[in-house]
Ligand binder design. Structure first.
Ligand code: G3H
Ligand code: 13P
Ligand code: ZN
Length: 284
């Protein structure tokens, strides 16, 4: 199968009350792990690449590896730009073969975010490419801000209604208490806000910063209406820990395959676990 538009995957998930996992890749082994895990689970899957991943691996390696991976399996696979911040970058990804882009205009004011996101939607539509927008600010665990300050950055349900209507995006990333990276404590999600957003918006919702969020909270967010769940940090942890263990056990090892092979296996395991929690096993 070739690469599928993200929109089809998340609309199916919305109908079926489960979520599709969107897993960040940075290299060949992680692309292989994402697709292998999804294939074992017979699940649709979204492979996503951040600007950092594209800078590290090169855009043509990302699209080339991902297309090959998708063609080698029967499950639906989408390729998504994670947190694109400019119009030009979204266009570059569309030209290169991505089937979905995120335009993260969350640092702009509402009107400018709407205008930027709408411009990307108009072009992406012409190519059958899906678009995710972001409203509210998700941020990182390292952004040293207190809870009350973070809450001020959460997605406003009325603004979400206007944002989705005026931009016609295919998926909306919401800020409800999650953050990117490793959490210091246990994150507390604002489910009431999520319910309010869900009442006002029919667009599939996306949960970012999902590594380290307790399983029950993820399940609750999905039951309220989240249809795409982003995971990066938990893959990094599993991948790097496995490679590190090989070096600790055998400090003289020089064969990269001896480190990256176990790292890939560890990534497959963590991705399979996530897919089971998201409820997308058997939904391909
Ligand atoms: O949302 C952020 C992702 O974890 C990507 O992180 O920019 O370090 O590739 P990165
Ligand atoms: P984590 O690294 O916290 O899982 O967040 C991933 C993410 O939201 C990518 O957009
Ligand atoms: Zn994110």
């Amino acid at each position: 199968m070739g690469l599928s538009p993200m929109k089809e995957l998340v609309l199916e998930a919305q109908k079926g009350h489960y979520a599709v996992g969107a897993f960040n890749c940075n290299n060949m082994e992680i692309v292989q792990a994402i697709v292998a895990a999804a294939e074992i689970e017979n699940s649709p899957v979204i492979i996503q690449a951040s600007q950092g991943a594209i800078k590290y691996a090169g855009i043509h390696y990302i699209t080339g590896l991902t297309k090959l991976a998708a063609e080698s399996v029967k499950i639906p696979v989408a390729l998504h730009l994670d947190h694109g911040t400019s119009f030009e970058q979204c266009i570059e990804c569309i030209r290169s073969g991505f089937t979905s882009v995120m335009i993260d205009g969350s640092k702009h004011d509402l009107q400018s975010n709407i205008e930027l996101t709408r411009r990307v939607v108009e072009i992406a539509r012409l190519f059958g490419v899906s678009v995710e927008g972001e409203l509210g600010k998700i941020g990182g665990t390292e952004d040293d801000i207190v809870v009350s300050e973070r809450e001020a950055l959460f997605t406003d349900p009325l603004e979400a209604e206007r944002f989705c209507k005026e931009t016609e995006i295919d998926a909306l990333a919401v800020a409800i208490g999650t953050a990117h990276g490793q959490y210091k404590g246990i994150p507390k999600l604002d489910f009431e806000r999520l319910r309010e957003i869900k009442k006002k918006v029919s667009t599939p919702l996306v949960l970012h910063g999902s590594s380290g969020v307790p399983e029950e909270a993820i399940r609750e967010a999905i039951s309220i209406g989240v249809s795409k769940v982003n995971i990066d940090t938990n893959i990094r942890e599993a991948f790097t820990e496995a490679a590190r263990q090989v070096i600790i056990d055998n400090p003289k090892e020089i064969d990269p395959r001896k480190m990256l092979g176990p790292a890939r296996e560890a990534a497959i395991e963590v991705i399979r676990e996530k897919i089971k929690i998201f409820g997308s096993s058997g939904k391909a």
